[in-house]
Design a binder for this molecule. Structure first.
Ligand SMILES: Nc1ncnc2c1ncn2[C@@H]1O[C@H](COP(=O)(O)OP(=O)(O)OP(=O)(O)O)[C@@H](O)[C@H]1O
Ligand SMILES: CC(=O)C(=O)O
Ligand SMILES: [K+]
Ligand SMILES: [Mg+2]
Length: 631
């Protein structure tokens, strides 16, 4: 076995990000001095006094924004600690350079195995971007304590771990197993009773409580009853009042609160589920809890239509005027697939919840559903999480199966925003090792595909609904195209020195938009063709108050990381779910020149960037795009 490639299999392997004290290597790209002509700038400025907005493109071609007297840089000197980023990101940047940062984000479900402060910290060190709490389990007090610990971790150590609250939903599931039992095993041929009666704990032998009153009425003798989408299977043999007697036909482990589905003549019986509300009364109480705790994301289980998402969003908006809780639609039912596009458009993101999805559609259809959801989310600019069973075997074993590694690779190759651990981190024996596998495989596959330049191009439809938004969108598309490596413009002479060419030009905005649309700014002004091959942009910097422009850049999946600067901690946390974004919190003004000087100063002081690094900077305040070397 190749020990290097599979270093995560080595129990003594420790992630590179953990050796925070090791001396930082110089940034990869700073080692080879660039021959690109320094600093050129294009900035556009919407003239708000004009009824038909005009855009000014300007640049001085002689040192661009750094040609001044350096007062902005001097002003920044006063505040070295004025930027918020976590130690892990900082160490990763210093050690591996820009290009090798991980683009795929990682979500960990928190449960009994990981709810302590130290365990949470170990996950943050291991690369957790989002902590998920599942309201199917535990009490609100338990979840509150987890939220408090994550918040403390963020405050004390500078992390931006976001919190995602996942609702229980009102699908049919088993109750707890009673007493101290955390699981029970059903053997082939055993007769178990599924009942809606209330029992005292412990439950009678081979008895399972069902949460849904209509259960005994709805099932028929001869139906197949599937626990967790088929992990255990029973056949209904007799109905006696509230009790349903079933014979085990596929043995396996019964876990508390596992999902139940029943099948008749080879198809899922869904009439009753269709009548249950997506958000139950208990879910509404949990949502109130989430709003008052200020969670970053609320994930809604078993979404059937866009309507429920719109309803929840207006509920959240009315309850918390200044909060920006994002709503994630969990795609895990037949109905959610039917109404997929409408649901994604109404949501702030989606989750491919393969656990329940695989119980509702034939398993062999799950991979194509996953690919479709991931693609659609990217096209519509919504973050997407691939969830469930990525490393299921690691609940019990310290190493993954080869098939699990291949499954992770596929999700990374599809360039999903995030991968999620469920039982592996909530109650498994090796939560940190599982996270290390996710991280190592993500990094390796991302690097492999960048080197091979084999990413398929994806058509990104225009999604903006307003004029201002469409300028932002075009700017982001153009910035991403300028990043060498995506193949579109290599060999086409990517332009530097735009400032000289465009100095003093004042163009109406539609003209600029047209130019951007045809990538005129990028490819039609060839200054020195031989420079083109050298234009390897190290990072895109985006200054964004709402996060929207960072999201638009992430959507393009450019070849370099995106440093997203934003003024609020909540936007910073939210951006932590999205592909390729390295979110920082920074106070900034509308003056891009001083913002850039300040950022360069702060990041250089911390060794995160170096003079000569090539950066494209965009901003949603000025809707500008600038190309420059770090001075
Ligand atoms: N807060 C918790 N307390 C106790 N156990 C938990 C908790 N959260 C998760 N678990 C355990 O981890 C397992 C997997 O958790 P997870 O939340 O991912 O379930 P899931 O079935 O994939 O999600 P969903 O219920 O949303 O479909 C659960 O079956 C449960 O045993
Ligand atoms: C995550 C989840 O809800 C599922 O896979 O079913
Ligand atoms: K759930
Ligand atoms: Mg589910």
């Amino acid at each position: 076995m190749a020990s290097q490639a599979l270093h995560f299999l080595n129990p003594t392997y420790s992630a590179p990000t953990r050796s925070l004290s090791s001396p930082s290597k110089p940034l990869l790209l700073a080692q080879s001095p660039r021959r690109v002509r320094p600093i050129s700038a294009i900035s556009s400025d919407i003239d708000s006094s004009s009824s038909s907005p005009s855009v000014m493109i300007s640049g001085n071609g002689k040192g661009g924004i750094f040609g001044g007297d350096g007062t902005a840089a001097a002003a920044a000197v006063a505040d070295v600690s004025g930027i918020e980023v976590d130690a892990v990101t900082e160490a990763e940047l210093k050690e591996n350079g820009f290009r090798s940062t991980r683009r795929t984000k990682l979500v960990c479900t928190i449960g009994p195995a990981t709810c302590g402060f130290e365990q949470l910290e170990a996950l943050a060190v291991g690369g957790m971007n989002v902590a998920r709490i599942n309201m199917c389990h535990g009490t609100r007090d338990w979840h509150r304590r987890v939220i408090e610990r994550v918040r403390r971790l963020n405050e004390e150590k500078g992390y931006a771990v976001a919190i995602m609250m996942d609702t229980e939903g009102s699908e049919i599931h088993m109750g707890d197993l009673g007493g101290a039992a955390s699981a029970a095993r059903a053997e082939d041929g055993e007769i178990w009773t599924f009942s809606v009666r209330a029992f005292d704990s412990p439950l009678p032998e081979q008895t399972i409580n069902v949460n849904y009153e209509g259960f005994a009425e709805d099932v028929k003798v001869g139906d197949d009853l599937l626990v967790d989408g088929g992990m255990v299977r029973f056949e209904v043999i007799e109905k006696i009042g509230p009790d349903v007697k079933c014979r085990c036909t596929d043995p396996g482990l019964l876990l508390p609160r596992a999902n139940l589905t029943f099948w008749r003549d080879g198809s899922l019986v869904r009439e009753r589920n269709a009548m249950l509300p997506t958000i139950s009364s208990k879910d509404w109480l949990d949502i109130d809890f989430g709003i008052s705790e200020g969670v970053d994301f609320i994930a809604i289980s078993f979404v059937k239509s866009a309507e429920v998402i719109r309803h929840l969003k207006s509920y959240i908006a009315a309850r918390s005027r200044d909060s920006d809780i994002a709503v994630i639609a969990k795609i895990e039912s037949v109905d959610s697939l039917k109404n997929l596009e409408e649901i994604i458009r109404a949501s702030d993101g989606a989750m491919v919840a393969r656990g329940d999805l695989g119980a509702q559609i034939p398993l062999e259809q799950v991979p194509s559903a996953q690919q479709k959801i991931v693609q659609l989310c990217r096209q519509l600019d919504r973050p997407v999480i691939v969830a469930s069973q990525l490393l299921e075997s690691m609940i019990e074993y310290p190493t993954p199966t080869r098939a699990e590694v291949a499954d992770i690779s596929e999700a990374v190759r599809q360039r999903a925003d995030a991968l999620m651990l469920s039982g592996e981190s909530a109650m498994g024996q090796y939560p940190e090792k599982a996270l290390t596998v996710l991280r190592s495989v993500s990094l390796r596959i991302e690097k492999w595909w960048r080197e091979e330049k084999r990413q398929e191009a994806m058509v990104l439809p225009e999604i903006s609904s307003s004029f201002a938004d469409s300028i932002s969108e075009e700017i982001c598309n153009s910035a991403a195209k300028m990043v060498a490596g995506n193949g579109k413009h290599s060999g086409n002479g990517v332009t530097m020195g735009l400032g000289t060419t465009l100095c003093g030009l004042r163009l109406c905005s539609t003209h600029v938009l047209e130019c951007l649309r045809s990538s005129w700014l990028v490819s039609s002004i060839v200054i020195e063709a031989h420079l083109a091959d050298n234009l390897e942009v190290d990072a895109i910097f985006v200054y964004t108050k709402t996060g929207q422009m960072a999201s638009l850049l992430s959507r393009c999946r450019p070849d370099c990381p995106i440093f997203a600067f934003t003024t609020t901690t909540s936007v910073r946390r939210r951006l932590n779910l999205q592909w390729g974004l390295i979110p920082f919190r920074l106070n900034f003004s509308d003056d891009m020149e001083s913002n850039l000087n300040r950022t360069f100063f702060l990041l250089k002081a911390r060794g995160m960037i170096q003079s000569g690094d090539l950066v494209i900077a965009v901003s949603d305040m000025l809707q500008s795009i600038q190309v420059m070397n770090v001075p």
